[in-house]
Design a protein around this ligand. Structure first.
Ligand code: CTP
Length: 399
């Protein structure tokens, strides 16, 4: 497990009977060379003592948000910045609820809210609490915030009931974290390009033709790739979206600019073309603002098909080329047609006539058409979860 060596992990222990298993997590992490700092919540301290944690982790336990001594040494912001990763184990229903709602009334929730690091959550609670609608809603919120869940498992509970809610085994939790760092290291060498958003094709200096596209799915894919360690370049048409600093964002306006930016950033290992590129551009763009007239005849000419060009290029073609198809009808036929004609490895298709998904929605439902005739449906879920799933498939394919 040398992928854990010298990694800095902030372990947050909340109040549940499973807290005793956190000591085993500390032992295993320590054995693998991890540098650990621990936050113990007030109720966590009812189950395990700071002394047992310090003895195993050989480092200080942080407990109070307003402890002057700790603040001088390391404030909550620095504590969250210090870590390569935060692990909350056990994560109680109460802490999960706080995190889902952005509360920050103790050190654990404040540090988590202030963090821009990878956060793993290992829930542990009674089966009824786990199955409660409010917990389910909180969990799906955490997923949209990109928190990664480990477990819980089904089994006998300390309270005597049986069901889902048991914290995962410490060994499994440590394995999951190890494979996260392993992936990060492996993917670091991989380069990804994502195109996203619409393009604007100018008629004159103040008017343009565009396509309907929020860019959300493409941005989420770029985020998921970057989260998994890919060296990611996002080539984006005009959108209102923000993206993390570690993604190389190239803003473009026209299809021609998007094409040039794509070429400039090749070679890459994977390219995902999610942009809604305008198929046409105006043949003679007026340099001055056109005055209103009864009729305006525009001659449009075809834009370069970026996906088609890259996908059919002998030397520039990435190992994996993924196209998108937004269709209102005949989804399967059109998706397969694009798959073949554009020489893609996969086409990700969605039905944009469905109002619940697609344009500007945070949710989506897509089908992946593979070039080996296989099709796979990813059910209705947030665009961020869809992206994580797509990226998992990309990693499996590339490795
Ligand atoms: N695409 C591209 N460059 C273009 C047009 C499309 O890279 N000039 C890419 C899109 O990013 C998407 C895929 O091609 O990945 C499908 O685009 P779409 O517009 O649906 O396909 P078209 O070939 O334009 O077909 P049609 O508009 O007739 O459905």
């Amino acid at each position: 497990m040398n992928n854990l060596n010298n990694k800095k992990i902030l372990l947050i222990i909340c109040g549940g009977i499973a807290a005793y298993k956190s000591l085993e997590i500390i032992r295993l992490l320590k054995k693998n060379g991890v540098i650990i700092k621990t936050i113990l919540t007030k109720s966590g301290a009812q189950f395990v003592t700071p002394l047992s944690i310090t003895s195993l982790s050989q480092s200080k336990v942080y407990q109070d948000l307003f402890s002057l001594e700790n603040e001088a040494e390391m404030d909550h912001i620095n504590l969250s910045r210090w870590a390569d990763l935060i692990l909350i184990a056990p994560a109680t229903a109460n802490t999960i609820s706080k995190l889902a709602n952005g509360n920050s009334d103790d050190l654990a929730s404040t540090v988590t809210l202030a963090s821009n690091k990878k956060i793993f959550v290992a829930p542990a609670m009674n089966v009824r609490m786990w199955e409660h609608k409010s917990t389910k809603q909180n969990i799906s919120k955490l997923k949209t915030y990109n928190y990664q869940l480990i477990g819980p498992e089904i089994g006998d509970m300390a309270c005597g009931e049986y069901g889902e809610g048991k914290m995962s085994d410490p060994k499994d939790i440590v394995n999951e974290i190890e494979s996260y760092f392993k992936n990060l290291k492996m993917n670091n060498k991989l380069k990804a390009i994502v195109t996203a958003g619409p393009t604007n094709e100018y008629i004159d200096p103040v008017r343009f033709i565009t396509n309907k596209s929020s860019g959300k799915q493409g941005y989420e894919i770029a985020k998921s790739l970057s989260k998994k360690g890919f060296n990611t370049t996002l080539i984006s048409g005009p959108t209102n979206l923000k993206i993390n600093d570690n993604i190389n964002l190239i803003k473009v306006e026209t299809a021609e600019e998007m094409f040039q930016a794509t070429l400039n950033n090749l070679p890459a290992d994977v390219a995902i073309f999610s942009a809604a590129v305008s198929d046409y551009k105006v043949k003679d763009v007026s340099k001055i603002k056109l005055k209103k007239q009864d009729e305006l005849n525009l001659v449009l000419e075809k834009n370069v098909d970026i996906l088609n060009y890259v996908s059919n290029h002998n030397s520039l073609r990435p190992k994996l080329v993924v196209g998108f198809a937004a269709e209102t009808n005949n989804l399967e036929n059109y998706a397969n047609k694009k798959l073949n004609e554009k020489n893609c490895d996969w086409i990700i298709a969605n039905d944009v006539s469905n109002k619940k998904i697609g344009f500007n929605s945070n949710f989506n439902e897509v089908s992946i058409f593979y070039n080996n005739d296989r099709t796979e449906k990813l059910k209705y879920k947030s665009k961020s979860e869809i992206s994580d799933e797509i990226v998992e498939k990309i990693i499996n394919h590339l490795n």
